[in-house]
Design a protein around this ligand. Structure first.
Ligand code: CAA
Length: 260
């Protein structure tokens, strides 16, 4: 397969491993990654040989450290809204896969990275993994479905705490609150993910696909919530605090927010 910022590797057992491969930028999601993720999952959906997908990040430090903040200075309310809606669509496609998709979280899963892990059907994490929605530090809110998926996974109270404080949650707490299904040693991460897929792939494929479909159908408010999130994300991109938060991150200083 022809990818620049992903590795797309299907083995003889039909297990596809998709690795986001920008370790120097902690696998941050730029436009190229989003386009290639979209293409990878369209291809995997159509490929009858693929029985399940493991999604992970290259290197030992990060799964994905979020959307690529380098592209943020160009965002305004219109392009910010489009940016969020497009990211949501890519992640929804992952969630709508009829075969199991497991996030193997090998380090930081922050912002869009946490949202990407949550769009997968199951999550297995290494002991050094950590999770967070630090968007408030940048003057924005989660825009790739985080305000909708996080409360559904961990409950409203803890989701509110994570989104309003931006604090990170380590792997042990992530397992306790239901954000990940299992925590394992780093060198057992991919074999653990593989084992989960093998178990699911040994069941009736149509029953698995229908279960995934039914699980998603239980929640009609989700799409409305996502639309609202994208609209607010666009609005946040028009604030002075957004400019301040992004400039502070890019120049490695503490932001000074004014509420404008
Ligand atoms: N976008 C672009 N580059 C990023 C990045 C991101 N999200 N996260 C890290 N990087 C880059 C850093 O700029 C740095 O690049 P240089 O070496 O060229 O300077 C490199 O990755 C390594 O990062 P650090 O030096 O910062 O590594 P650290 O160990 O000191 O800190 C970290 C790691 C805590 C993850 C820190 O990098 C960090 O806070 N990153 C930003 C996390 C974040 O805010 N994510 C949310 C983005 S907004 C979003 O995702 C919105 C949405 O809902 C879609």
């Amino acid at each position: 397969m022809d990818f620049d910022v992903l590795r797309y590797e299907r083995d003889d057992d039909g297990i596809l491993t998709v690795t986001i491969d920008r370790p120097k930028a902690l696998n941050a999601l730029n436009q190229a990654v989003m386009n290639e993720l979209d293409r990878a999952f369209r291809t995997a959906r159509m490929d009858e040989q693929v029985r399940g997908v493991i999604l992970t990040g290259a290197g030992e430090k990060a799964f994905v450290a979020g959307a690529d903040i380098q592209q943020f200075p160009d965002l305004d309310p219109v392009s910010g809204h489009r940016f969020a809606a497009r990211g949501q669509a890519v992640f929804n496609r992952i969630e709508q896969m009829p075969k199991p998709v497991i996030a193997a979280v090998n380090g930081f899963a922050l912002g869009g990275g946490c949202e990407l892990a949550m769009a997968c059907h199951l999550r297995i994490a290494s002991e050094n993994a950590s999770f967070g929605q630090p968007e408030v530090n940048l003057g924005i809110l989660p825009g790739y479905g985080g305000t909708q998926r996080l409360p559904r996974l961990v409950g409203y109270g803890i989701a509110t705490e994570m989104i309003l404080t931006g604090d990170r949650v380590d792997a042990t707490r992530a397992e306790r609150i239901g954000l990940v299904n299992r925590v394992v040693k780093a060198d057992e991460l991919l074999s653990g993910a593989r084992q989960m897929i093998e178990t699911i792939a040994s069941k009736a494929p149509l029953a698995v696909a229908m279960s995934l479909q039914a699980l998603r159908a239980s929640d009609g408010a989700f799409q409305d919530g996502q639309r609202y999130e994208a609209a607010l994300f666009g609005q946040a991109c028009g604030t002075k605090d957004f400019q301040e938060g992004v400039d502070a991150f890019l120049n490695r200083r503490t932001p000074d927010f004014s509420g404008e």
